[in-house]
Design a protein around this ligand. Structure first.
Ligand code: MRU
Length: 348
């Protein structure tokens, strides 16, 4: 299976997701600034993949500080961490990974030299990446238990191996359920404006031989109406304490359609995607991206020059529309206030 985030010999290699599926090109980052740029440009994207990339970017940043005295090392590392935090606002995995990395430094004795600190940071980033794969495997097992008969599912955006370190969240569940004979096919919403569904999900599933049918976003209602879809499964970028879920723009519309048609709507997300500090989805910062993403398609202009554009990259789906949230600790059900509070006590 392809890898979107690879660390080896002090180089962070990222699969350039903006070029898929037409070009398979990798970006080699030796400088944290290039990695930060890759996150901002969506060359690496998807909540868990962003978190892992930021962790390795912080290792690259720390390596620049080799030989500095403890105080200066910490001061400059915090500045790098702050710059990385500014790259994208919605996916909480970014902040979770950076905090986890900084905690490593906090735990080291005051007298620790920079070489030891850098080695400890590198070790933590490697653990973050490894854990993501293990967590996705566990989620896949739990999630697949929801599919006990042959089911046609619909997914939005890309919550696959490309969006994580390996396997994927929603697509991890689909992969597992498929291997158990319980997926008949997947409808992939194209996911305007940046087409993660068409470019990435369709490509990923085809690589695995899982039958995928591409639709434009405005076709989802019609396929549901015609009973061509039995369940929806998506990933998440941030989940609040009450179970409200921020995910790629358009997820909210799919959830409403699923509710109207009596179709279960599942979210698959690791604990690192939960924000235990916010009570509801209204506290989630929603990224707004540049107008050109909406006014152009595949590099071609599709709107009059100068038209006013609104381009929120995410929306929030109310917990009331979510049938279950699949995590590596098990399947959460309503009332989410309670199940998420339990989850916060269980996590390591
Ligand atoms: O803007 P993107 O492509 O980073 O948005 C990604 C999504 O919304 C995914 O569905 C989400 O991160 C879940 S990924 C496992």
């Amino acid at each position: 299976m392809m890898r979107s985030v690879v660390w080896s010999n002090n180089c962070l290699t990222l699969l350039n997701q903006t070029l898929l599926p037409t070009k398979l090109e990798y970006i080699e980052c030796y400088d944290w600034r290039r990695a930060a740029e890759a996150i901002r440009r969506l060359e690496v994207r998807g909540a868990p993949a962003i978190g892992a990339a930021a962790a390795f970017a912080l290792v690259l940043g720390a390596r620049e500080l080799t030989g500095l005295a403890t105080n200066e090392f910490k001061h400059k590392l915090l500045a790098t961490a702050e710059a990385l935090r500014q790259t994208r606002p919605t996916a909480v995995n970014l902040f979770w990974a950076i905090d986890r990395m900084l905690n490593v430094i906090t735990r080291l004795p005051e007298s620790t030299d920079s070489a030891t600190a850098i080695a400890a940071l590198e070790q933590e980033a490697i653990v973050i990446a490894k854990e993501d794969q293990a967590v996705n495997e566990q989620m896949a097992t739990y999630g697949a238990s929801l599919f006990t008969t042959p089911t046609s599912v619909l997914t939005h955006c890309n919550a696959g191996a490309l969006a994580t370190v390996a396997l994927g969240t929603a697509l991890g569940v689909i992969r597992k359920a498929w291997s158990q004979g319980n997926i008949t096919g997947v409808f992939a919403d194209e996911t305007r404006p940046l087409l993660q569904g068409a470019r990435l999900t369709a490509w990923e599933l085809m690589q695995d031989g899982i039958p995928v049918t591409l639709i434009t976003d405005n076709m989802a209602g019609w396929v549901m109406k015609n009973q061509m879809v039995h369940a929806v499964i998506v990933g998440a970028d941030r989940i609040a304490l009450n179970g409200d879920v921020a995910n790629k723009i358009g997820t909210y519309s799919v959830a409403i359609l699923a509710k109207e048609h009596g179709i279960p709507f599942y979210v698959a997300a690791p604990v690192s995607t939960f924000d235990f500090t916010i009570s509801s989805g209204s506290d989630i910062p929603i990224e707004e991206r540049c107008a050109s993403e909406v006014t152009s398609l595949g590099g071609n202009c599709v709107a009059p020059a100068g038209v006013k554009v609104f381009n929120p990259a995410f929306d929030v789906t109310s917990h009331t529309m979510i049938s279950a949230i699949i995590t590596e600790y098990g399947i959460l059900r309503a009332p989410y206030q309670e199940s998420i509070s339990q989850l916060s006590k269980m996590r390591k």
